[in-house]
Design a protein around this ligand. Structure first.
Ligand SMILES: Nc1nc2c(ncn2[C@@H]2O[C@H](COP(=O)(O)OP(=O)(O)OP(=O)(O)O)[C@@H](O)[C@H]2O)c(=O)[nH]1
Length: 184
C-alpha cells in the first residue's frame, strides 16, 4: 500500500487564542488521499529561539488570532516577519485563522481586517470556532488544515518537476561536453 504523505504543521499565535482546540485531527482524507499530519501546537509564551526552531521544523504554518483580542491579531504580522527571516525561500505555505468566531458580540477584529492581512501575506483566510466546530464534520478549522495540506502538496509537485527538469538539464550539459571533447 502506498505510504500516505506526511506533512509537518506548526500552529502559532498568542497564548489563549485557541491553538490547542484547533489541533484535534492528525490524519485526514483530503481529495481522496490520506494525509498524515504531524501537528505542533506551539506555546503562546515561547521565546524567539524556540519559535525559530519550530519554524525551521515545519512544512506549513497556521497563524491563529482570537477575533475578540486585537493584540493577538497584531502579533500575526511580526510572526510572519520572523517566518520570512527563518524560511528560505520566502512565502512558505501558510493559513491565517481568526478563531472564536462564536463570540461575535465581543469581536475586536473585523472580518475584512483578517481578509486584508491574509491578502498581504498571500495566504488563505478562515474565521472559525475551534470550540463549536464538531469533530468529524469538517468545520472551519479542519478546512483550514486541509487547505494548508493542499498548498504543501501543490508546492511539492512543482518542486518535484523543477528538480526533474534540472537533472535532465545536467545530463544534457554532460553529453554536450563529451561531444565537444570528442569533436575537438
Ligand atoms: N468561545 C470560544 N472559546 C474558545 C475557542 N477556542 C478556544 N477557546 C477557549 O479559549 C481558551 C484558550 O484555549 P487554548 O486552546 O488553551 O489556547 P492556546 O492558544 O493553546 O493557549 P496557550 O497554550 O497558552 O498558547 C480555552 O478556555 C478554550 O476553551 C473558540 O473557538 N470559542
Amino acid at each position: 500500500m502506498a505510504k500516505s504523505p506526511e506533512v509537518k504543521l506548526a500552529v502559532f499565535g498568542r497564548a489563549g487564542v485557541g491553538k490547542s482546540e484547533s489541533t484535534y485531527r492528525h490524519q485526514a482524507n483530503i481529495d481522496d488521499e490520506t494525509v498524515s499530519m504531524e501537528i505542533l501546537d506551539t506555546a503562546g509564551q515561547e521565546d524567539v529561539l524556540q519559535k525559530e526552531g519550530h519554524m525551521r521544523w515545519g512544512d506549513g504554518f497556521i497563524l491563529v488570532y482570537d477575533i475578540t483580542d486585537r493584540g493577538s491579531f497584531e502579533d500575526v504580522a511580526p510572526l510572519k516577519g520572523l517566518l520570512d527571516e527563518v524560511k528560505r525561500p520566502k512565502h512558505v505555505p501558510l493559513v491565517l485563522l481568526g478563531n472564536k468566531a462564536d463570540l461575535d458580540h465581543a469581536r475586536q477584529v473585523a472580518t475584512e481586517e483578517g481578509e486584508r492581512l491574509a491578502a498581504d501575506m498571500a495566504c488563505a483566510f478562515y474565521e472559525c470556532s475551534a470550540c463549536s466546530d464538531q469533530v468529524g464534520t469538517g468545520g472551519g478549522v479542519a478546512e483550514a488544515f486541509h487547505e494548508l495540506c493542499r498548498e504543501i502538496r501543490r508546492r511539492r509537485a512543482v518542486q518535484g518537476k523543477t528538480r526533474r527538469r534540472s537533472s535532465t538539464t545536467h545530463v544534457k550539459q554532460a553529453i554536450n561536453k563529451m561531444l565537444t571533447k570528442i569533436s575537438s
